[in-house]
Ligand binder design. Sequence first.
Ligand SMILES: [Zn+2]
Length: 176
Amino acid sequence: MRRICCGQQVQPSGDEATMTGYCDSCDEHSDRLFDISRLPEFKPVVQKFNYRHVCQTCYDDLLEESKNPWDMEEERRGEERRPAQLEVHLSGTNREGKTFSEITTTEDVSRNGLCVMTKQDLDVGSVLKLEVSGSDFEGTAIVEIMWKETTARKAGLKIVDQSAIWERLLAGKGIL
Ligand SMILES: [Zn+2]
C-alpha cells in the first residue's frame, strides 16, 4: 500500500500498518490501522481530536485536513513575504468614493504583492495605482485584504501589472 505524503510516495513501515482494531475516527473495525501519534504531520490532529489509530480512509482524510490551506496557497504562488520598508505612492478611490493620493511605507513585500500602512479605508477588490519612490515602478494593485486597528490601517495589495519590474526592483534592493 502506498501513500502520498508531502508530494513523495511513502511506504508505511511494517509495524505502522499491521494493527487490528477500531478506528478512533470513524469507529469502524479495520485490520489495517495506522498509528498517527508519532507522525509529525498529524500532530495538530492528534492534539485536537486525541486520535491515535485510524483506518486508511480516515488517514487520508485527516492528512488532507491537517494541511493548512493558507500555507498551500502561498506555496503554490511562491509568495514568500519579506519585511521591507519601501516608500510608495498609492492613489485611487477610497470606500467613501473619494479620490486620494498617499505617500506611505510597506511593511513587507513578496514577488506579487505588498503590505502597506494606509490612512484610507479601502474596499477589498478596489484597484489602486502604485508607484515606488525613487524607482521606475509604476503599476496597478488590487486590495486583497484590509486590517483595521485602532490607530492604523494596513492593506494587503496584489500587483496586477508590471510585475516583472516589481520583481527586478526587489531583486535590485536585495530583498528577494
Ligand atoms: Zn476510520
